[in-house]
Design a protein around this ligand. Structure first.
Ligand code: NFE
Ligand code: MG
Length: 467
């Protein structure tokens, strides 16, 4: 029998962050994979006892790249708990804040974190040292992709500026609060936002979509390599004032569609470093760290929907929305993310046109000072949920389930792997640095994010640094 060989990528992504992949290979094929978050943060405990009205501000600090997704989700939870209502203008402004944040996220993810796996940058920072494995673009295309990499940085900054028009600043804006949006609408803000959006839309059509098309042409097998398990979920998002939403809500389990109910969401901690409990609804569970758990290998819990792992993100949203998708693997996710960028930008132009200068954006009236609220909104990487109990205006219980936890949580009490771990099984590895696995994991846009070196887990020394 061949001995399994252990290989580690750490960290996996190209922003800061503590995501680790432990892959077990036999004859160059991944037989098993463990994905671990090596950092404990404890946000859910930090929130206890604080003013519910501050939740959009606190929870945004969970992350620098999906901050407004936490703001909206926390605001929804608090509004439900306290009986608050958002005026139509406030709803539109929130969508516009989120739009800026989604677009900067999608552009940065695609250009800064994904594409460097597929093209050769120049011999300057941040492209050196780089992996030479399996690069298929011509040198002219490499040069063009490098130019687009830097242009994408510029345009993602423009998207942040759009976020800032109604958010006050980015990331961690001030403009999205329980009851609506704190900024008023005037012609100057609308015009500034529109200018940013038009510049972004030009980049999407002229650069982003052709670039991903080229990558799919050169790496066709990656459109389907790294498939999930056929379970998809979206809780919806970007509501219009009359109630329809740009993003759909729904679930597909083993090919069958059903409507979403938050009652079916559970988390267990069998393989995570927490005080043990079986599958529990977020209103029932706690978060008690315990690094000594024998089966633990990560700080990420195991979110499940009706006991099953699901995939979330732009590809899941497209599938739930019955849009045609190009495949189900790594580059299909990236293509869905690119198309979604265009879809949101287009919708934002309409939201902008519907804003009413001078009309109310915020309603601070509260119905009661205690209650329970569930905020659900799609974030950049997929489904985000905040479950809150509020007593006398203060947070009594707060549980957050993030998209990266859903895609990459620990294996559960039945030993079932997340979609992220499963997507690597059977993958053939030819590179020294597990580039094939990196391409697949990064296609989910994991937010254990960040940089750049690969280590050998046995000898624990750096093998390679790549950007
Ligand atoms: Ni830090 Fe986030 C998103 C949330 S975590 S990026 O999108 O919520 O997956
Ligand atoms: Mg949580």
């Amino acid at each position: 029998m061949t001995k399994l060989e252990k290989k580690i990528i750490f960290p996996v992504t190209r922003i800061h962050n503590p995501m680790l992949l432990e892959a077990w290979l036999e004859d160059g094929e991944i037989k098993d994979a463990f994905i671990s978050d090596t950092l404990y943060r404890g946000f859910e405990q930090i929130l206890i006892g604080r003013s519910a009205m501050d939740m959009p501000y606190y929870t945004q600090r969970i992350c620098g790249i999906c901050s407004s997704a936490h703001a909206i989700t926390a605001a929804l939870a608090v509004e439900q708990a306290l009986g608050m209502h958002v005026p139509p203008n406030g709803q539109l402004i929130r969508n516009l804040i989120l739009t800026g944040d989604f677009i900067q996220n999608h552009l940065r993810h695609i250009y800064l974190f994904t594409l460097p796996d597929y093209f050769r940058g120049p011999d300057i920072a941040p492209f050196v040292p780089h992996s030479e494995a399996d690069l298929r673009l011509s040198s002219k295309e490499d040069t063009q992709m490098t130019e687009h990499y830097f242009k994408a940085l510029d345009i993602s900054r423009v998207a942040h500026a759009a976020f800032g028009v109604f958010g006050g600043k980015a990331p961690h804006g001030h403009g999205l609060v329980p009851g609506g949006a704190s900024m008023e609408v005037d012609a100057d803000k609308v015009n500034r936002y529109r200018g940013y959006l038009i510049e972004i839309m030009g980049f999407i059509d002229d650069v982003l979509l052709p670039d991903i098309t080229l990558i799919m042409k050169r790496y066709p097998e990656y459109v389907d390599l790294g498939k999930g398990i056929g379970n998809y979920m979206s809780v919806g998002g970007f509501p219009n004032p009359e109630g329809s939403t740009l993003f759909p809500q729904g679930v597909i389990l083993q090919g069958k569609r059903e409507s979403f109910s938050e009652k079916h969401v559970t988390e267990d901690v069998t393989s995570a470093w927490y005080k043990p409990h079986g599958p529990l609804h977020p209103m029932e569970e706690d978060t008690v760290p315990d690094r000594s758990q024998p089966k633990g290998y990560t700080w990420v819990k195991s979110p499940r929907y009706r006991g099953q792992p699901v995939e979330v993100g732009p590809l899941a949203r497209a599938i739930i929305n019955k849009e045609e998708v190009i495949g189900h693997g790594a580059l299909a996710r990236t293509w869905a993310r690119a198309l979604e960028t265009k879809k949101i930008a287009k919708a934002a132009l309409e939201w902008l046109n519907r804003l009413e200068p001078g009309a109310e954006t915020l309603d601070t009236k509260i119905g009661q000072d205690s209650g329970v609220g569930i905020g659900l909104h799609e974030a950049m990487r997929g489904t985000l949920g905040h479950w809150a109990a509020v007593k006398n205006g203060r947070v009594k219980h707060f549980q957050i389930v993030t998209p990266s936890a859903i895609n990459f949580g620990a294996r559960d009490e039945t030993g079932t792997r997340s979609v992220g771990e499963t997507s690597l099984l059977g993958l053939k590895i030819q590179s020294d640095d597990l580039k094939e696995a990196g391409r697949i994991i990064r296609s989910f846009d994991p937010c254990f994010s960040c940089s750049v070196h690969i280590i050998d887990g046995e000898k624990v020394h750096a093998l390679k640094i790549q950007v």
